[in-house]
Design a protein around this ligand. Structure first.
Ligand code: IMP
Length: 189
């Protein structure tokens, strides 16, 4: 079964297909012209907007995700704006570390919401995954992407960037949201 995954990012597509291996489901890129506007006020709204745009160009069942890092001491920031918080990834990490200088409550979570639409744009299922942890004092690890080097996973005592891809997929917000979504998709056929 082929389902459009609403992204222009081939690495994300590869990661999603890796987690889905053996499920009989293959995710493919949207048709040309995919250009989502992420101006929603929640992860739910943005994932819906992305999936709707994928249905518009592809006319097929489409799945989208929206994710971000929410830091308690920053009132949930960067949250929806995680991708646009600063210029480069390193600048984003530096900004978080600076904002948390001297702050003792460093608790944070990654959130991922996925929305599945049918070929007419009707909602079939929404899933959500969270991964709790805290922001380290210093970055460590070279794997993964984004804020991984400063996110220490609860009960693991290491950053996401110190985990293998497999290990991260087992406990990550995206891995959890996708597991729930795949369970739903299996009920469709
Ligand atoms: P989006 O879901 O593609 O809109 O991306 C949201 C942003 O959140 C990314 O650009 C990253 O900065 C951050 N983010 C989301 N998931 C992760 C993750 O697993 N590790 C590190 N950063 C992440």
């Amino acid at each position: 079964m082929k389902i459009v995954f609403a992204t222009g990012n081939k690495d994300k597509l590869r990661e999603i297909n890796e987690i889905s291996q053996g499920s009989g489901i293959e995710f493919i890129l949207p048709e040309a012209g995919f250009n989502p506007v992420e101006d929603g006020l929640t992860f739910e709204e943005n994932s819906y907007k992305k999936a709707k745009e994928a249905v518009r160009v592809s006319h097929k069942m489409s799945l989208a995700d929206d994710s971000g890092l929410c830091v308690d001491a920053l009132n949930g920031a960067p949250g929806l704006y995680s991708a646009r918080y600063a210029g480069t990834q390193q600048e984003k990490i530096n900004k978080i570390l600076k904002e948390l200088e001297g702050v003792s409550d460093r608790s944070a979570k990654f959130v991922c919401v996925m929305t599945l639409l049918d070929e007419n744009g009707e909602i079939l299922h929404v899933s959500k995954g969270e991964c709790k942890g805290e922001i380290a004092e210093h970055q460590s690890g070279v794997n993964g992407f984004g804020y991984d080097p400063v996110f220490v996973v609860e009960n693991y005592g290491k950053t996401m960037a110190e985990m293998s891809e497999d290990e991260k997929n087992q406990i990550s917000h995206r891995g959890r949201a996708l597991t729930d979504m795949l369970n739903f998709i299996r009920t469709l056929h």
